[in-house]
Design a protein around this ligand. Structure first.
Ligand code: ZN
Ligand code: ZN
Length: 348
């Protein structure tokens, strides 16, 4: 079968690999339709890894945001049928009796976690940019009448839901979102749907801010061209009840802390890579802020699939382009370009 395989930094090929087979009675085989290119996929391509801890050491099929049609099920699978459309949850915890975190339902922290399209484990866990994928039944959520372009947004929406979830009670709150990339925009949409009164999105470019407005933001601000507004929101110990930091940029994080009112929560969704780390934590300390790290998601998956299925959130304003899987290098270059938001690949 065909797959998009990353051999090393900058070496991504559409090539033939062995088709995966069902080995466990609880597994499901899926023919992939659409899959999104995530920031982490871009890091794999550009840097050959994510930070210094996760490095590609063998050929890796990238991708973890996708959906497809079931072509085969193991004997232990009763509630998923051949022909069903499923969205894949990338996390596959071990569910073992001797895993403390699985036993305590803290699946994101499973000690034997396998995450689709990840080089964190060796052998690597192969991802979704392939014609066929075999996954555990717990990773497959059946959906009906959903466009594959929409379904492929469930994974990033899961991250956004976790970001909102980690703010705690948000009913009636005035929420700030830093960053208008796909995740920031999905955070803005999620916060609105989950009960925020007002959502403001800040970025340094106008085009993504226009998309944030389409996704449900009430107000946007370009911090580069309108720094006076950022100063106003930072005065008198801040303006927002709580904040989702979705850039992973230290300067944006420091600014977010200044704009958040005392005792508020900053939900850290953006991952700090090798760039600027937040250093000035004065506002954090003197205003009694809470700073919650958000790492992946688990129980948010069901509710966010519901939100897409029922149309509570329309992610399509975020989709800039889709490419055939054979054009994965073009797709990757497009995804990396600052002129696009989300880029997907698809298999016919
Ligand atoms: Zn992702
Ligand atoms: Zn486990």
């Amino acid at each position: 079968m065909k797959a998009c395989v990353l051999y090393k930094k900058g070496d991504l090929r559409y090539t033939d690999i062995d088709e995966p087979q069902i080995k466990d009675p609880n597994e499901v085989k899926v023919k992939i339709q659409n899959a999104g290119i995530c920031g982490s996929d871009q890091h794999y391509y550009l840097e050959g890894g994510i930070g210094s801890a996760i490095v590609v050491r063998e050929p890796l099929v990238i991708g973890h945001e996708g959906c497809g049609i079931v072509t085969e099920v193991g004997e232990g699978v009763t509630d998923i049928k051949v022909g069903d459309m499923v969205i894949l949850r990338p996390a596959r915890p071990c569910f073992r009796d001797d895993c403390f975190y699985c036993q305590h339902h803290m699946y994101s922290y499973c000690e034997n976690m396998r995450h689709l399209g990840s080089a964190a484990t060796l052998p690597h866990t192969q991802g979704l940019f392939a014609e066929y994928v075999v996954a555990h039944k717990a990773q497959c959520r059946v959906v009906k009448n959903m466009a594959p372009e929409v379904a492929a947004f469930a994974e990033p929406l899961g991250i956004a839901y976790n970001g909102v979830h980690s703010l705690g009670e948000i009913i009636g709150k005035n929420v700030l979102v830093m960053g208008a990339g796909p995740i920031g925009c999905l955070c803005a949409a999620s916060a609105k749907v989950l009960g925020a009164d007002r959502v403001t999105v800040v970025d340094i470019r106008d085009e993504p801010l226009q998309i944030a407005l389409k996704m449900g933001a009430d107000e946007v601000c370009n911090s580069k061209t309108n720094p006076e507004q950022i100063e106003k929101w930072s005065a008198n110990k801040g303006h927002f009840d709580c904040t989702i930091e979705a850039t992973g940029n230290g300067f944006a994080c420091e600014s977010a802390m200044r704009m958040t009112m005392p005792t508020g929560t900053v939900s850290q969704v953006g991952m700090f890579g090798t760039g600027h780390q937040p250093k000035d934590l004065g506002a954090f300390a003197t205003k009694g802020l809470k700073w919650n790290a958000v790492f992946r998601f688990y129980e948010e998956f069901g509710p966010c699939v519901n939100a897409l299925e029922k149309g509570f959130i329309d992610p399509l304003p975020l989709l800039s382009a889709k490419f055939k899987a054979c054009d994965v290098v073009k797709a990757m270059e497009a995804a990396i370009s600052p002129d696009t938001c989300k880029v997907q690949i698809y298999f016919d």
